[in-house]
Design a protein around this ligand. Structure first.
Ligand SMILES: NC(=O)c1ccc[n+]([C@@H]2O[C@H](COP(=O)([O-])OP(=O)(O)OC[C@H]3O[C@@H](n4cnc5c(N)ncnc54)[C@H](O)[C@@H]3O)[C@@H](O)[C@H]2O)c1
Length: 273
């Protein structure tokens, strides 16, 4: 019998992390590699993908930087095939790439327009990356997983896909109002539906699909924002990226072998009250 700890090992497995050059994506890729997986670090930003792949190799892991725009069907297909050619299979897909505007050190949010004036172009761009891009890369990966009759897919949701953002924490006295954008909640809520669709679609196969639902991760944001965010959580603080990556490892490994079509909330209690 395999011990509980051994179930977290990923030796011999191959993972693909989209948005692998991002704040959480980097930690996801490094954690999967630490558990023994060979990891494809996919990002539209070549430098970010290369940096993370190098970090993994410097730690003695196996990684491949993949530069692709997931909204392009051919690039999504080619990235998956480059990974499979290099490492022989594809067991784990982490759909982390997304347009996710962050609060800066000065407290600014990009694409912060009021709903009534929200630009159609920005809405379309976000749906293209967060929904269509995720659809395309998952389609390419699922073709390989189907042939193997094995695969684990993890979609990234957000607390803001479960509940609406508390827009009060994004306001700064004396400055124009700014908002977490509408597309964020819409596309992150959609990940729950995408997960349930795929999980039931692959019933009877060896493919499992779940959503990881993180709360806000500390990234040197404006201290005033951090304090307001922290106050909204039960734990009284933002998440560390490593705490989200640990939950990702649970979902990616056989530790979660009886879990599909579900979501795992790691939000410091934000949605508990
Ligand atoms: N950071 C948080 O606080 C937080 C909280 C809850 C949920 N999430 C979710 O977790 C996931 C990862 O978040 P993050 O903090 O790493 O985000 P991030 O913005 O730091 O990284 C996203 C990455 O995706 C890449 N990307 C964007 N468009 C792409 C495209 N078309 N093709 C390929 N790559 C593309 C970007 O270059 C970037 O490296 C996201 O889905 C996000 O919505 C994040």
């Amino acid at each position: 019998m395999t011990s509980a700890l051994e179930r977290y090992r990923l030796d011999g497995r191959v993972a693909l992390v989209t948005g692998g050059g991002g704040l959480l994506g980097r930690h996801f890729a490094r954690t999967l590699a630490e558990a023994g997986a060979a990891v494809g670090v996919l990002d539209i930003r070549a430098d970010a993908a290369a940096r993370v792949a190098q970090e993994i190799e410097a730690q003695g892991g196996r990684a491949l930087a993949l530069v692709a725009d997931i909204t392009d069907p051919q690039q999504a297909h080619d990235a998956v095939h480059q990974l499979v050619r290099t490492f022989g299979r594809l067991d784990i897909l982490v759909n982390s790439a997304a347009l996710d505007p962050k609060v800066s050190a000065e407290g600014e949010v990009r694409t912060a327009s009021a709903f009534e004036d929200f630009p159609l172009e920005t809405w379309r761009q976000a749906l293209d990356v967060n929904l269509t891009g995720t659809f395309l890369i998952t389609q390419a990966a699922a073709r390989v997983m189907r042939e193997q009759n094995y695969g684990v897919i993890i979609n990234l949701g957000s607390t803001y896909g479960l509940v609406g953002p508390d827009q009060r924490i994004y306001q700064k006295p004396g400055q124009p109002p700014q908002y977490k954008p509408v597309y964020y909640t819409v596309t992150k809520a959609a990940m729950l539906g995408f997960t349930r669709y795929l999980a039931t679609y692959y019933a009877g196969t060896g493919i499992r699909v779940n959503t990881l639902v993180p709360g806000g991760v500390y990234n040197h944001q404006d201290p005033e924002f951090v304090a307001k965010y922290a106050q909204r959580t039960v734990m009284g603080r933002m998440a560390q990226a490593e705490e989200i990556a640990a939950a990702l490892l649970f979902l990616a490994s056989d530790a979660s072998s009886y879990m599909t079509g579900a979501h795992l909330v790691v939000d410091g209690g934000w949605t508990a009250w």
